[in-house]
Each structure stands twice: as structure tokens, then as C-alpha cells.
Design a protein around this ligand. Sequence first.
Ligand code: CMP
Length: 143
Amino acid sequence: MEKTFVMIKPDGVQRGLIGEIVARFETKGYKLAGAKLMNISNTLASVHYGEHEGKPFYPGLVKFITSGPVFAMVWEGENVIAGARQMMGKTNPQEALPSTIRGDFGLSVGKNLIHGSDSPESAVREIGLFFNDSELVDYQKVN
Ligand code: CMP
């Protein structure tokens, strides 16, 4: 089954939105395969956001993502990579449609609440960066 990496950023955790966001994914029908509340080191931030290094917003992005705990998750389900990004809405919350997570709760592109993998390759890479295999459940074995 397809899997994706989704992370509630420090602003979402601080604002108490973990439950709301998890509920949206569960209600949609996706299965939570792994989750943890954690702090991101500068090293992990620079690897995770390596593709943005050199962009004007990069220093602020690393500073922000390491500023407080994040809630890292792996979700699985049919077409979950694209589906999760649809539920998140556009990167800039001011352009994100109502009923999306960023459209409903966000105002700033820097503090846009949530991150989700943008391709199958990113999903594999990002899940591997944040989770060991032993931290993920296998629903086929459970059921
Ligand atoms: P995310 O999906 O986590 O991937 C890269 C992040 O960079 C993006 O969400 C935004 O939160 C952040 N960011 C900050 N400033 C900008 C900007 N000007 N343009 C695009 N992304 C930005």
C-alpha cells in the first residue's frame, strides 16, 4: 500500500492542532502507520530540506523547523501521496482553498502548519529519514 510522510510543524503543534489534523486523515480513510512527537536537529533539517539550500527563505525555514517539537507521521492508503497534499492545500496558506488544512488554519507561507511528501521518491526518502522500519506498523500483519 502507498505510504507518505506527513509532519505537523512547530506552529501546528504549538496551536494544538495535532488532534484536528490527525482526525482529518483518519476520517478520509487513511491509516496511521507511524507517529512521533520529536525535535528536529539542525542536521536532520538540512538533510530534509536540502533541496531548498541557497534559497532566500532557507535559513528561516531551518530556524523555524528546529524551533520546537514537530509531530512526524507516516500515513498509508490508496493514492495517499497526492491525496494528503490535496488535503493540506497550497504551500502558501493565503492561496490554499477553504476546507484544506492550510486554507482553514494558516496565514503565512513560513508557518504553514504541515509538510507532506511531494512524490513517491520523496516519500521513501523522508520516511527513511524520520522512521526506522521497527517504528512502522504493518496492517497486513495486524489484521
Ligand atoms: P514545505 O512543504 O515544508 O516545504 C518547504 C517549505 O519552505 C514550505 O513548506 C514553506 O513552509 C517554506 N517556505 C518559507 N518561505 C517560502 C517561500 N517564500 N516559498 C516557498 N516555501 C517557503
